[in-house]
Every structure is written in structure tokens, then in C-alpha cells.
Design a protein around this ligand. Structure first.
Ligand code: SF4
Length: 416
């Protein structure tokens, strides 16, 4: 059996079994201008080698840990549906065989990369949720984002999914798409975003993920901003777009359950809830990040290295989260959810009273109205959602400070 870093190997001995399986497919038809995911332009020869290495990695995990508690599978990327004929189907079949009885099996796709036959094959193999990267129903925006599909392909893909029997479909949408530098802040940007939302709702999908565009280092889009060729949407407009999303999707009966995610009742993404509830999952494929036995790890984001050691890829960023760091991470994740942080359950699970650990940010954010208490839970107030990252950062910082106090206390005790 392949070797794991000692930290992870030791953690597995006492680890709760993983509940989710994430599989990263590092290929796309081409790269979008804003994307910083680990993905390469599809090379069919290497794709075949990749699938063999991926199946070997899955087999190695099956030999190490009990995967029978895995109840959700998510194949993402990249664009899993660009893999040549039969390859994705092999991965789906292997994942199903490895996992326990599944509650949800999602495959990510781009519009125009799933035809009727492929959708039927995936459904027949047990995939029950398709997630399409629609991003925008505005043709100009799709061009500016360098997307491979046009507007019509979005409705076409949803129709193909429905015809194949999928009753659980997500669309990813993106707000805050920048405009060319010679047309800064084009009038009607907010209304165009609301038209995007309306178009998505009209397709009758069960789930919407709406993200504000972010400028990641070293992407072509960020380069264009630096060169003055495009003008980012300003923060006020971006916040207005987010607030419009809250209002419009609520009016349409969607439940807002995470900062960037909305679902029809009962259609929350169960796989992503495993992340936000800080439950354990296994991740395979280059750049995939997993969490087992309190240890986070990431498969090295490098296809060459991945293919060079089939079944035993190098892992990076292997880190055990203990004590205050684990509690800080858990609070960060729990507060992303609209259900919020259950104070008693949190204290029982992490052995730390959140009211004490986060006393300062809780008091401050309750006072200024960015946090609210509902029964035994704490959650972000609606007003805080457009600036959620800064509020959540205060909780992480408080946990770090608490961790330093813990360490200083331990040093003092050792010196006594
Ligand atoms: S399709 Fe998705 S993963 Fe691929 S380059 Fe575009 S944004 Fe990135």
C-alpha cells in the first residue's frame, strides 16, 4: 500500500470514517479568464493516463480507510464532462462501488459539454445531480469571461438533464463581471444581474450558487485589470447585486442556506454541507483537498507528478488542526450557514465554549448588528452578508489569539 505522510497516517487510526468523496478532474476545453482552479486544457492522451492514476488512487484509499460511510460523491474540476467517451463513466462506476449507499452524487459540467446520451449514461450509473457552470445569461458577459458556451446552451443543457431524468440541477452564476475600461459602470448593471437571476429561476432549477467575481492573482483577467483594460465593479454595486439576489430569490421561494447558495426546500447540496459542517471527507485527483481525522491535506496540484506516482500522489499542505485552530475553523464554516453556529453543540464537539473563545467578536458584532442570536444559535445578520468575509475573519483571528494564549499558558506551566 502507498505511504501517507505520518501526520495523516496517524490520524487515520482513530479517524471517524469519511462521509464524502470529492474527485477533481483537472481538464477543461480551455481556460476562462478569471479562473485559478487547477485545470489544464484537455489532452486526450494524458486524460487516459490520468484516469488510470485516479482509479489507482481511489483503490489505495479503499485499502486504507472504510469508505462505506461515504454518502455523497462530488466530481468537480475542471470540467469532468470534457473527458473523452467512457472515461467519466468509469470514474463514476468506481466511485459508486467504493462508497456506501449514496444520498447524492453530483457531477459538474459546463453547458454544451453534456449531450443526451451522456446525461442518460451518467443517470443510469447513479449520478443524480448535475451542476452547470452557467455564470451569466448575458452574451457580452460570457464573452468577457471567456466562457466556451453561449446563452442558449444553458437552457439546452438543463433541458437535456431533465429529459434524462435529473430532478436536481444547479446553476452557478457570477455577479460583478467587469466592464471594458472605456465603458466603466455601464448603466443598468444591477438590472442586468437581476435579469440573470430571473432567467435562471425561469429554467426551474432546484439550486443556485451565486458568487461575486474575485480577482485571483495571476489570472488573465487580473492582468487585464492591471493593464487598465477592464474596470472592476465597485464594492457598492457588488453589494447591491448581492442584496438583490437575497431579495429576488427569497421572493421566488428559494431558501438561502449558505452565504453563496440558495435551494428549493430540501435541495441543499448535501456534499457541500459536509464541508460546512466540518465532517470528514476524502479527496482525490490533483489539487483536491480533503479532511480526515482532524487533518487537512491537499493532493499536489501537478499533473506530471500525479502521473509519475499512480495511486500514491504527493500530498501537500498536510496540517493537523487542534484546539483553538480547529474551533476557529469550525466557527468560520458554521457561520457561513444561515442556520448559524449551535453554541451547545459546538462546545460539546470542540471542547471549547464559543461564548468564551469568541467573546470579543461576538460582543462587538452583536452590538453593531452584524451578528444575531436566535435561540441557542449565533448567525450573521442579513446586513453582514455582503461583507461576511471580514466578520468571519474576526472569529478566525480571535481563535488564533486564544490559541496563542493556550500555548503561552502551557509554556508557563512547563516552567513552573
Ligand atoms: S470551465 Fe470552470 S474550471 Fe474550467 S477554466 Fe472555466 S472556470 Fe475554470
Amino acid at each position: 500500500m502507498s505511504q501517507l505522510p505520518t501526520l495523516l497516517d496517524d490520524a487515520l487510526a482513530a479517524a471517524a470514517p469519511p462521509e464524502g468523496l470529492y474527485i477533481h478532474i483537472p481538464f477543461c476545453r480551455h481556460r476562462c479568464s478569471y479562473c485559478d482552479f487547477y485545470t489544464l486544457v484537455l489532452d486526450e492522451a494524458r486524460a487516459g493516463e490520468f484516469v488510470e492514476a485516479l482509479l489507482a488512487e481511489l483503490a489505495a484509499w479503499r485499502a486504507r480507510v472504510d469508505l462505506s460511510a461515504v454518502r455523497t460523491v462530488f466530481i468537480g474540476g475542471g470540467t469532468p464532462t470534457v473527458l473523452p467517451e467512457g472515461m467519466l463513466e468509469r470514474i463514476v462506476a468506481a466511485a459508486r462501488e467504493a462508497a456506501g449507499p449514496l444520498e447524492e452524487f453530483t457531477v459538474e459540467a459546463n453547458p454544451a459539454t453534456v449531450d443526451a446520451a451522456k446525461a442518460r449514461r451518467l443517470g443510469g450509473l447513479g449520478v443524480d445531480r448535475l451542476s452547470f457552470g452557467a455564470q451569466s445569461f448575458d452574451a457580452d458577459e460570457l464573452r468577457r469571461l471567456d466562457r466556451i458556451h453561449d446563452v442558449d446552451a444553458i437552457a439546452g443543457s438543463v433541458a437535456i438533464a431533465r429529459d434524462a431524468g435529473f430532478d436536481n440541477v444547479n446553476l452557478d452564476l457570477m455577479f460583478g463581471v467587469p466592464s471594458p475600461a472605456d465603458q466603466p459602470a455601464p448603466p443598468g448593471a444591477l438590472e442586468r444581474w437581476r435579469a440573470n437571476l430571473a432567467a435562471a429561476v425561469a429554467l426551474g432549477v432546484e439550486h443556485l450558487s451565486c458568487y461575486g467575481l474575485t480577482y485571483e492573482p495571476n489570472t488573465p483577467l487580473t492582468q487585464r485589470v492591471r493593464m487598465g483594460r477592464v474596470t472592476p465593479v465597485d464594492d457598492d454595486l457588488s453589494a447591491a447585486m448581492y442584496r438583490a439576489t437575497l431579495a429576488d430569490l427569497r421572493a421566488e421561494g428559494f431558501e438561502h442556506y449558505e452565504i453563496s447558495n440558495w435551494a428549493r426546500p430540501g435541495r441543499q447540496c448535501r456534499h457541500n454541507l459536509i464541508y460546512w459542517h466540518n465532517r470528514p471527507w476524502v479527496a482525490i485527483g490533483p489539487s483536491a483537498a480533503g479532511y480526515l481525522g482532524g487533518v487537512r491535506y491537499k493532493v499536489a496540484p501537478h499533473l506530471g507528478r500525479y502521473l509519475g506516482s499512480p495511486g500514491d500522489p504527493p500530498l501537500v499542505d498536510v496540517e493537523r488542526l487542534d484546539g483553538a485552530a480547529a474551533a476557529g475553523e469550525a466557527a468560520f464554516l458554521a457561520l457561513r450557514l444561515r442556520e448559524g453556529l449551535d453554541v451547545a453543540a459546538f462546545a460539546a464537539r470542540y471542547g471549547a465554549d464559543p461564548e468564551a473563545l469568541f467573546a470579543e467578536p461576538i460582543a462587538r458584532h452583536l452590538r453593531i448588528g452584524t451578528l444575531e442570536r436566535i435561540g441557542g444559535r449565533l448567525r450573521l445578520a442579513d446586513a453582514a452578508l455582503p461583507v461576511a468575509d471580514s466578520v468571519l475573519a474576526d472569529f478566525v483571528a480571535a481563535a488564533e489569539t486564544g490559541g496563542q494564549r493556550e500555548r503561552r499558558g502551557a509554556e508557563t506551566r512547563r516552567g513552573d
